[in-house]
Ligand binder design. Sequence first.
Ligand SMILES: [Zn+2]
Ligand SMILES: [Zn+2]
Length: 247
Amino acid sequence: MSRQMGDSQRRFLQTMMACGIVDEPGARRLYQYCCETHNTQQAPDQLDDFIDTINSKLQPLFMQIRKGISEDSGHQYYALVNMAVTDVTRMSSDYADNELELFVKTMDLIVGSDNGSASSTDILNSADTLTSKKLKKSETEHLLNRLVHDKWLNEKRGEYTLSTRCIIEMEPYIRTMYQDQVKVCHICHNIAIQCQICENPTCGIKIHNPCVARYFKGRPEPRCPACEDFWPHEIPEVRRPLSQSRR
Ligand SMILES: [Zn+2]
Ligand SMILES: [Zn+2]
């Protein structure tokens, strides 16, 4: 099969470059739109093939469109990833050195926490320990807003988590830097940061909240899929697929 990139693929890539990340229904709509606009034949189930063709052309540029899941909702996303730079220096065109240092400290707090989040208070306190140029409280708050706006962090009621984009793009970095802390989800095998943990000290497997919801749905008694101990955490509701939920 020929792997030539046509106008429809070029348009798809341009949009990905502009927005960085799209959810799966959004990627399907964009795929359909690009094919219709350029009169390219398209089959509904060929999105991944379409993206494979783009990826084969991106390879020499060390770029890739990669799939990942949201730890919040379990929904699937596509992100355009720079494969050449896997650490935070990929953000250096948008952020100063001390801002990146604070972002790394925020990642340390989030990955090192039990529930995969860090409070604004903890982040503000860690701003006092910067070795590069110090950030004032107002500057730190402004920076956190920018990191949320640029889709590196999520924020809910003063608690910060790593965004889906951040996890997809920085997965190799996170796996290397936090080897001892990071595990993969027992159900979906993606890296697990916001998750529930088996309390059996000899087991300790991690499962994302949406994976917990799906796995335990309809089971009379929640038991750890690895050690069979009682699963003591609250079982969240299964979320509706994105295409059915209102936004
Ligand atoms: Zn999972
Ligand atoms: Zn267990």
